[in-house]
Write a protein that binds this ligand. Structure first.
Ligand SMILES: Cc1cc2nc3c(=O)[nH]c(=O)nc-3n(C[C@H](O)[C@H](O)[C@H](O)COP(=O)(O)OP(=O)(O)OC[C@H]3O[C@@H](n4cnc5c(N)ncnc54)[C@H](O)[C@@H]3O)c2cc1C
Length: 462
């Protein structure tokens, strides 16, 4: 016996719940299945808790700098890690609760808690129960990759999920991986007071970014006393007393780092290996990501994949945008596509990096004639007033079409200011629209028109 629905949503990440809501309000009989915490990664082990902790770390950092601003504290700055965790749990918990209660209140919607697995293209098993629908939406997300390093199975390591339970200060946190997730944890734990070492295989941090950005971020982190080992492979790990010792190899030069805790931040893998996709005939790529077309359809009619599991995004905003694309196509007769979106994201270290569109390296590769504008944050009044002058902003323009190709703002407020650039890119208007706009003083955004008035031809491009 199977319970029949119009639609089944598996996973309550950043697209499934919104889609369930739209479908159920449109009168469809919907089943939602969640095996873990409602709201998935962003809400429980990703964006929300980490940004709550970044905020605590920023408070600690500013408290230590208080005297610079003429503020006196009663004594040395102390960190109450239990309070840091409680605050984070309250923020994250409220969000998870709101996702769950929102789903449970929906008309025509049944919420199941358990692991969902396909039995056929239209049948899904949850424990002893079988449910069936013509339309199935997969929003199963991703989890931390665990690399094959000798000895890793013998030590207790942390991931972005298990570190959420930490309510004490690690004496020395060793982080494998110098990309977005690893660097946010590196800076926050350093600011809480841990010794922090980042081990990165590649020759620079966040290798997807331009070299000047990687170098500036390395400088920002090193100024705070974070040890960074670049071009370094972790060959093995072993437990020695209460410590974990990582054996390192940097192009033949071997060394060791001894830490109290080890955090893995070497990438993500999709939660598609235990979904019974083979029984539904759904195709995945060599990394396990579900293959989808521009409107998020899998190769099997009636099955769609949204969010991190389709390998087309990897962010909360891309997952949410997947929901918008699907809802537009299925319910609004509006044929939106994944390829309509412009890449954008932020790295939430302090100061943050806001990014939109192409990097300088990518722009160069197009072979177009390119104009570049660059401005140090030391020349941004707002940054000077806040004594937060690390970083720079840069923008890349197609000289012929005058369209913005990409931008990066590494600096205070960069995660917000980037949006004025992004919106003009979406509007497909020339950069002069921003250059002639009057922006508010004193803000970081007010210097974007100024930077656009000082464009230069990008050297090395014919
Ligand atoms: C530390 C960290 C920080 C991050 N910070 C940011 C940030 O600042 N900004 C940003 O945009 N992105 C950030 N991300 C990425 C972001 O969290 C994800 O891209 C986002 O959560 C989208 O996920 P999703 O919708 O694909 O699914 P997820 O949120 O991963 O949810 C998937 C859900 O499916 C459930 N599930 C899986 N398999 C099954 C099954 N078989 N049956 C039932 N349920 C199942 C899971 O339990 C989970 O609840 C961060 C990620 C991490 C790890």
């Amino acid at each position: 016996m199977s319970i029949v629905y119009d639609a089944i949503v598996i996973g309550t990440g950043q697209s499934g719940p919104f889609l369930a809501r739209r479908l159920s309000l449109a009168g469809r009989k919907v089943a939602v299945v969640e095996r873990g915490l409602f709201g998935g990664t962003c809400v429980n082990t990703g964006c929300i808790p980490t940004k709550a902790m970044v905020a605590s770390a920023y408070a600690a950092h500013m408290a230590r700098r208080a005297a610079e601003f003429g503020v006196t504290l009663g004594g040395p700055v102390g960190i109450d890690m239990k309070r840091v965790k409680t605050r984070k749990d309250e923020i994250s918990g409220a969000s998870s609760h709101s996702v769950e209660s929102g789903l449970r209140k929906l008309p025509n919607c049944t919420v199941y808690q358990g692991h969902a697995r396909f039995e056929s293209p239209h049948d899904v098993r949850i424990g002893d129960l079988r449910i069936t629908a013509d339309q199935i939406f997969l929003n199963v997300g991703a989890r931390a990759s665990v690399p094959s390093i000798s000895g890793l199975d013998q030590v207790s390591y942390l991931t972005n999920s298990s570190i959420m339970h930490v309510d004490f200060l690690p004496k020395h946190l060793v982080i494998l991986g110098g990309s977005y997730i690893g660097l946010e944890f590196a800076q926050m734990y350093r600011r809480f007071g841990s010794e922090v070492t980042v081990i990165e295989n590649g020759p620079r941090l966040i290798a997807h970014e331009d070299e000047d950005i990687s170098a500036a971020i390395l400088d920002i982190l090193q100024r705070e006393g974070i040890q960074v080992c670049l071009g370094t492979q972790c060959k093995s790990v072993a437990k020695q007393g209460d410590d974990i010792v990582a054996s390192l190899d940097a192009s033949g030069t071997v060394s060791e780092v001894r830490g109290s805790h080890l955090l893995l931040a070497v990438g993500r893998r999709p939660n598609t290996d235990d979904l019974g996709l083979e029984k539904a005939g759904v195709a995945v790529d060599s990394h396990g990501y579900i293959v989808v077309d521009d409107q998020l359809r899998t190769n099997v009619a009636g099955i769609w994949a949204l969010g991190d599991c389709n390998g087309r995004g990897g962010f909360t905003h891309t997952s949410y945008n997947d929901f918008e694309i699907l809802a537009a196509n299925l319910l609004d007769n509006d044929s939106r596509k994944v390829s309509d979106r412009i890449r954008c994201y932020a790295l939430f270290i302090d100061p943050p990096l806001g990014r939109a569109g192409m990097s300088e390296a990518e722009a160069r590769k197009t072979g177009r004639k390119i104009l570049i504008g660059k401005r140090l944050m030391t020349r941004v009044g707002r940054a000077v007033e806040k004594s937060e002058t690390l970083g720079f902003m840069k923008i890349l323009i197609d000289a012929d079409s005058m369209r913005i190709l990409g931008a990066a703002i590494l600096g205070t407020g960069g995660d917000e200011a980037i949006h004025c650039v992004l919106d003009v890119m979406y509007a497909d208007k020339p950069y002069t629209v921003i250059q002639r706009a009057m922006h508010i003083h004193p803000t970081v955004s007010e210097l974007i028109p100024t930077m656009l008035g000082e464009l230069q031809l990008l050297g090395g491009v014919s």
